[in-house]
Design a protein around this ligand. Structure first.
Ligand code: SF4
Length: 496
């Protein structure tokens, strides 16, 4: 049974008539206001899909300490790398990394040991923890020859006096290498690879911010910056062009302005997106409710969030009546501007929009059209049957288009570690998806379990089609492949 102990004072989280989150002023000043801007705060406030209300909630709610939490495993992986690169080059071996890891295990396991449990259980947990942390960092040995870097700094705090666009900056640079008379900032990421794409380029922006900070502290702008995805053994070089650096300076100013305004007013805008499902406020947020967003995690209950307003389950009809933030944002957006197909967006800053001529636009707009066509097709197929037609409205069409997008993104990431709507692989996957949905029609009118099962089934079909396609390329000359299709004169297949 869920422990319904409130995590905050009742009434801490309130929403105004525009569905903005309103916090008591004292709570805002104590927990949300910042003296300096960090890259994560910047990205949490002004990126695509960023929700200032979620940012504020994350600061206000107490954090659970869990040695197996994503953040805790990532921090432990970072620590291994920090100490590994303190060693002379020749001593930076996988065995040395393992030694460092083992030296951390007792401290990490202490909270679990304090809760009691048999030696066998604690030993199993310790082994699990060691395995997860090792997975988080060991890709470093595939990314680079770890014996080579001439390390200038590790876990280096950005200097106290660094200001970008007049905004005081805070942050810790995981590693700085000496690199051909300049400095090379490197950030380790233990999570998924995030290439620049439809959700912006938060990792690139973080490194650009570090490059600008290094220029202020040491007088030379780095010519390179890199993100090492140490779990997936991938490296991304960051674009440090003048335009990109200027964009980040603008982003710094905008996010600081937004944060200052929100804290002064103690009011934080809510912005609906698929990420609502992972937000701790999802069970009380009116914007999530209007967009029919539901929890994808074990989110706090209204009672735990100290809610004073009754909040019911999401309703499609209410989602239809009430314009979502997404819809409001569309009405405020500047006009579309076109560019070459390989340019993903046009305009800058607040005027930035997807280029409707881009390959990526073909992909995402195609999903939206396909979603509407599929619902319409389903309704035609059940006309005259004792089955209700599936409602056609913004929420349902968007929901199906995003479901297709999630399938494509998951499979693309699995196959290439990237989600890139402009990539050739993305085009192949969309084609496979549409073919798979001809066979497995979406379970319109079904339960969440039905949809979960359908998504998994379609993903498998998409992967299968990709494998068959590749096998034709790899082994094109197999003799008489139609044998697999033929039946003998008794109607049995020829394999018996
Ligand atoms: S549920 Fe969605 S809209 Fe509401 S605060 Fe969380 S992320 Fe923002």
């Amino acid at each position: 049974m869920t422990d319904e102990t409130p995590l905050v004072e009742p009434g801490t989280f309130d929403f105004d008539g525009d569905d903005n989150l309103v916090l008591p002023k004292a709570v805002t000043d104590a927990k949300v206001r910042r003296k300096k801007l960090s890259p994560s705060t910047m990205n949490a406030l002004v990126d695509t899909s960023a929700c200032p209300a979620r940012f504020a909630a994350d600061k206000v709610l107490p954090r659970k300490s869990d040695p197996f939490g994503v953040a805790e495993i990532g921090t432990a992986g970072h620590e291994v790398l920090e100490y590994l690169f303190a060693l002379p080059g020749a001593e930076r071996t996988p065995e040395a990394a393992r030694e460092i890891l083992l030296s951390q295990a007792d401290k990490a396991m202490a909270p679990l040991a304090a809760q009691g449990g048999s030696d066998d259980v604690l030993h199993a947990l310790r082994e699990k923890w060691l395995g997860e942390v090792e997975t988080a960092y060991k890709g470093i040995f595939d990314i680079e020859d770890v014996t080579e870097p001439d390390v200038f700094g590790r876990e280096r705090w950005i200097g106290r006096k660094v200001k970008i666009n007049g905004v005081p900056i805070s942050g810790v640079i995981d590693r700085i290498d000496n690199d051909d008379e300049t400095l090379l900032p490197i950030d380790y990421k233990t999570g998924k690879v995030k290439a620049p794409g439809k959700y912006g380029d938060p990792h690139g922006d973080q490194l650009r911010l570090y490059a600008l900070a290094i220029e202020q502290e040491f007088g030379t702008l780095p010519t390179q910056a890199k993100v090492y995805y140490t779990q997936h053994a991938k490296m991304l070089s960051v674009d440090l062009s003048e335009k990109k650096l200027t964009d980040v300076e603008d982003k710094v100013a905008r996010s600081w302005e937004d944060l200052s305004w929100s804290c002064d007013e103690s009011t934080f805008e809510t912005v609906e997106s698929p990420l609502c499902g992972w937000c701790p406020l999802v069970n009380i947020c009116p914007t999530a409710k209007a967009g029919a967003r539901t929890a994808k995690i074990e989110a706090p209950t209204p009672v735990q969030l100290g809610a004073t307003i009754p909040v019911g389950p999401p309703s499609l009809s209410e989602g239809e009546k009430k314009p979502t933030k997404e819809a409001k944002a569309v009405t405020k957006k500047p006009k579309w501007r076109e560019d070459k197909p390989w340019v993903e967006t046009t305009g800058e800053g607040d005027s930035e929009r997807i280029n409707p001529n881009a390959y990526a636009a073909t992909a995402v707009f195609g999903l939206a059209s396909r979603a509407l066509a599929d619902i319409t097709g389903y309704n035609k197929s059940v006309a005259g049957e004792p089955v209700d037609p599936f409602p056609i409205n913004r929420t349902t069409v968007s929901g199906l288009a995003r479901t297709y997008a999630a399938i494509i993104s998951d499979v693309q990431e699995e196959l290439s570690s990237l989600v890139d709507w402009s990539a050739g692989l993305n085009t192949r996957l969309r084609s496979a998806l549409f073919t798979a949905t001809e066979l497995h029609v979406p379970p319109f009118g079904g339960t969440l379990d039905d949809w979960d099962a359908w998504v998994e089934r379609v993903k498998k079909n998409v992967v299968l089609l990709m494998e068959i396609g590749e096998s034709i390329y790899d082994e094109p000359d197999e003799d008489d492949p139609w044998i697999d299709l033929a039946v003998d004169s008794d109607g049995e297949d020829t394999d018996g």
